[in-house]
Design a protein around this ligand. Structure first.
Ligand code: CA
Ligand code: CA
Length: 226
């Protein structure tokens, strides 16, 4: 008798509890998803054979761009992120768009990194260039360039720190040749890929923004004079 009277109340309470738990779980997953989603998310092919990683100091506002040319002449860069078997994961622009909103709070992602992945290995020579697209300071910017072969085990083919010296500075970080599973002829003879992409009629510019002094004019590949 006593138990029968209590039952409806208990049911209301337990369904309320259950719904609250569902709501909390839902909110937890939403916030978790937001935390893990960078503003300009990039994807690296999980079946990648090689990775080229370009990094510069955390929280640095400078924009460095990665250019990679394959033996067929394809060049991947921020405006052409797919080419041959290569893929550029994202165009990291320093601090630009590195802020994500979690609730009402802005969270800054300090990372400065661009990754080019190869989903296959084509024989021939590759050229890896880094370009100082926007420079905010006067001191040289240390940029780390790493080339890794992933299969059957991870092997670092090249790892060095370059110093970019201001807007418009383009440097060849490394050139290497693939022959089957071997990486040979690792060198650094300079070759401009910016010039190549501009003269090939590649559309430059980011989101239609006008040329700004200190940046590279997308149509000419030259630094814009102040
Ligand atoms: Ca960039
Ligand atoms: Ca960044």
């Amino acid at each position: 008798m006593f138990e029968e009277e209590q039952e409806p109340e208990f049911e209301i309470f337990s369904s309320l509890l259950f719904n609250s738990l569902k709501a909390i779980t839902f909110m937890f997953f939403i916030s978790f998803a937001m935390i893990n989603k960078p503003a300009d998310s990039g994807k690296v092919d999980p079946k990648a054979e090689m990775l080229i990683t370009v990094t510069w100091p955390d929280n640095n506002p400078d924009d460095v761009d990665t250019y990679v040319q394959d033996p067929a002449g394809n060049v991947v860069w921020y405006n052409q992120r797919e080419g041959g078997l290569m893929h550029l994961d994202r165009d990291d622009r320093g601090m630009f768009k590195d802020v994500i909103l979690v609730g009402d709070e802005e969270i800054t992602n300090p990372l400065n990194q661009e990754i080019v992945s190869f989903r296959g290995m084509e024989d021939g020579e590759y050229v890896v260039n880094v370009v100082h697209y926007i420079a905010n300071g006067t001191a040289p910017l240390p940029v780390k360039v790493k080339v890794e072969k992933l299969n059957p085990t991870v092997t670092v083919v090249f790892y060095e720190t370059l110093e970019l010296k201001g807007a418009g500075d383009e440097q060849t970080a490394v050139r290497f040749t693939l022959k089957g599973q071997d990486v040979i002829n690792i060198g650094r003879a300079p070759k401009s890929l910016v010039e190549l992409t501009r003269s090939a009629g590649g559309k430059g510019g980011r989101g239609g923004s006008a040329a700004v002094p200190g940046q590279i004019d997308a149509s000419t590949g030259q630094a814009v004079a102040p």
